[in-house]
Structures are given as structure tokens and as C-alpha cells.
Write a protein that binds this ligand. Sequence first.
Ligand code: SAM
Ligand code: SF4
Length: 328
Amino acid sequence: MIIDNHGRQINYVRLAVTDRCNLRCFYCMPDEGIDFVSRDELLTYEEMLRLARLLASEGINKIRITGGEPFVRKNMDQFILNLSQVKGIDTIRITTNGTVTAAYIPVLQQAGIDTINLSLDTLDKERFYKITRRDVFDKVINCLHQLIDNGFKVKINMVVMSGLNHQDIIPMARLAEQHPVSVRFIEEMPFNGDGRLPDTTWNYRQIEQHLLETFPSLEKKPYKPASTTYDYSVTGFKGDLGIIAAYSRTFCGTCNRIRVTPQGMLKTCLYDNGVFDLKALMRNGANDEDLVVAIKSACSNRAKDGFEAERANFSSGRSLSSMTSIGG
Ligand code: SAM
Ligand code: SF4
């Protein structure tokens, strides 16, 4: 088992399989001038599978595939199928922008993946373009409906930003009135690749208040330990709502997750800068035991929360990282 220095068991890894993406979401990366890493700097699928097996042997039972956009990496289908065979991993989840995902529905079903997190920040085509800088709104909406029709549990992630899409909070919430989906509102975090600090107007309290004004029956569900989400029910809704206080960081106390970036850096907190180079260790011929020792040692030196990690890593108070290179 991997237990951190604050007594928290780690059982969840977020694996970013690429830093590349076919969108350019405003809050995630700049429109131009992004230095994507070269192919040989990315972890290979074999290296990722090796890590998955080792982590599973140490009690990790849940993996989220993220990126970048996972489905722009070639041969993702085979990787997903191989990952689904790893003993001990009983939950695989994927976060995707939905642009090319529909084509993978049969593979996802074959791999036993039943829940998909789909990023969608607005139901307005023009605002979608403004946020993502790409004209693929119809594809994403089509993907959403295909996922629902094929029986997937869909969690829709909306990053809330003043001016850009706050006017979509209620229309997006209504998706959960009409469909059995979870719509989750996320506070913007400072990982846009250009050091811009997020506008904190739409923090979790403000989002909750705004929802309550339209949906007075909004009711907070009991908090699930290690969850990043406050879940809510609304009378008459087929689905539910959620708020993720990603910048206020209210959930760090029970954090059970680590991350592996596309370049194979281990992160023990979203707000740290990468604490150990797993790829270098693997490519220098480390055996499995060396790798486990390195991972456990990094976890025994873990920041208490995202504020501590941020203070230690970004003394200027600003991260120049892009979410696409961190693995959102
Ligand atoms: N490309 C996939 C997608 O968009 O779903 C997966 C990677 S993306 C980095 C993962 C998640 O991080 C998405 O739900 C996205 O909305 C969220 N995200 C990206 N940048 C963010 C930021 N600065 N603040 C809050 N959430 C962010
Ligand atoms: Fe791409 Fe996802 Fe980042 Fe948007 S949030 S630019 S879809 S990686």
C-alpha cells in the first residue's frame, strides 16, 4: 500500500497519456506557441502499462486517463484494452473533450468503461468557439448524445469563467434536468500556460448561490471522502449537479490521488511542479522494486494540501504550466 506522510492511502492515479490536443481551451493553454513534447519524451504505452501494474500491486485500483486529449494519441484503443486487463485496476475512467470520442464507444464498452467525463463549457456554439478556439461544437454535442444513448454515465465538466460562460451555468444545469447526467461546475485554476491568474468571481460559494436562486430545491448530498466534488440533487432532475472547488481547494484533506504527466513526472499534488522523474528512472534500467521505492518515497514527502504545494513550487505565485502538460 502507498500511505503518504499525512496518513492518506493513495489508491487513484491520473495518467496523462499525451500533452497534445485538438482544442485550445482558453483556460488550459494559449492559442499559439505551445511547445508540445517530442514523441520520445512521452512515456510509451509499455512504460505506462508497467507503471499501472506496479501501482496496482501497491493498492491503486483506479486510473483516470487524461491529457491533453487522450484520443488524439495513436493506438489509444489498444492501450485502453490492455489497461483494462491489468489485475487490480477495477475502475478506469477517461476525461475527454468529446471531439473524436464517439468512434471509440465500442472499445470503451469492450474495456468495461462505463463512466466518461466530458468537458463542455457552454451550450452556445459561438461561445464554444470563443473558449476552445475550434469550430467543433456539433461534434461534441453529438458525442454527448451518443454516450447517453449507449448507456454511459456521463459527467459533464464545465469550467466557469466570468463573462466567457457564466451565463451558461443554468442552461448547463438543465442538461441534468433532461438527461441522467452529472453536470459539474469547476472553479478555474491557474494552469493556462501563460501565468494568468484565474478570475475568482465564480468560486464554489457563488456557483452554489447562483444555482439556488433558480433551483430552490438544490440540496447538498453527504460528502464522500476523497471526492473533489460537492454533489447536489434537484427535485425533478433526472441527473445531478456538482461543484468542484478546484482553486479554493476544499477537498485536499482526504486526497487519495497522484498523477503521472505525459513526460513521466510523478506529481503528488496538482499544485506541485512534478516531484520525481519516473521516466528517467525507468529508462536508466530501474527494476520494479526501485520504482516502487521511488514512488513510496515521493509519497512520504507529500504536501499537506494544494496551498502548501503551490507555496513550495511557485514562489512567484504564478504557474506557467498548462493543464495539458500536467494532466487535468
Ligand atoms: N482534453 C480532455 C478534456 O478536456 O476533457 C482531458 C484533459 S483536460 C486538461 C482535463 C480537465 O481539466 C477538463 O475537464 C478541463 O476542463 C479541465 N481544465 C483544464 N484547464 C483547467 C483550468 N485552468 N482550470 C480548471 N479546469 C481546467
Ligand atoms: Fe484540450 Fe482538454 Fe485542454 Fe481543452 S481542456 S485544451 S480539450 S486538453
